[in-house]
Design a protein around this ligand. Structure first.
Ligand code: ZN
Length: 131
């Protein structure tokens, strides 16, 4: 490639600020984010190095803002929209299975939900791990 002036800076940024597997970002396989956006996302989330999920919430053709990890107590505090976002992410119907999962969610010990907010329309999105 013919970008010698950028190579050292790029290497520095990668070492210093990229904690996210860039290939893992995207809600759906067919929804791709451009490189600049992925780079921005990686760099503006420096504290998010515990990320082990395979996905990043995207909405309105942009990467959502990471709000934080949440267990059932945090979701109760965040309200119905957050709970609905997590329930949608689990694919569970509103019933005993969902309530069991919801009760078991814990911010530190898992299963843990990861909440995001669209920076354009404020829609909430979520993923959860099942550990
Ligand atoms: Zn949106």
């Amino acid at each position: 490639m013919s970008r010698p002036s950028n190579s050292s800076l790029g290497a520095h940024q990668r070492l210093g600020a990229t904690f996210i597997d860039e290939d893992s970002i995207g809600l759906d396989a067919e929804e791709e984010l451009d490189e600049a956006l992925v780079a921005e996302l990686s760099q503006r989330t420096p504290g998010f190095n515990g990320w082990q999920q395979e996905r990043w919430f995207t909405h309105c053709n942009d990467a959502g803002e990471f709000i934080g990890k949440a267990g059932h107590a945090e979701l109760l505090a965040l309200g119905a929209e957050a709970m609905t976002a997590v329930q949608d992410a689990t694919g569970l119907e509103d019933g005993p299975q969902w309530h069991t999962f919801f009760s078991a969610m814990d911010k530190d010990h898992g299963p843990t939900s990861y909440l995001f907010r669209c920076r354009h329309c404020s829609a909430l999105g979520a993923y959860q791990d099942n550990h």
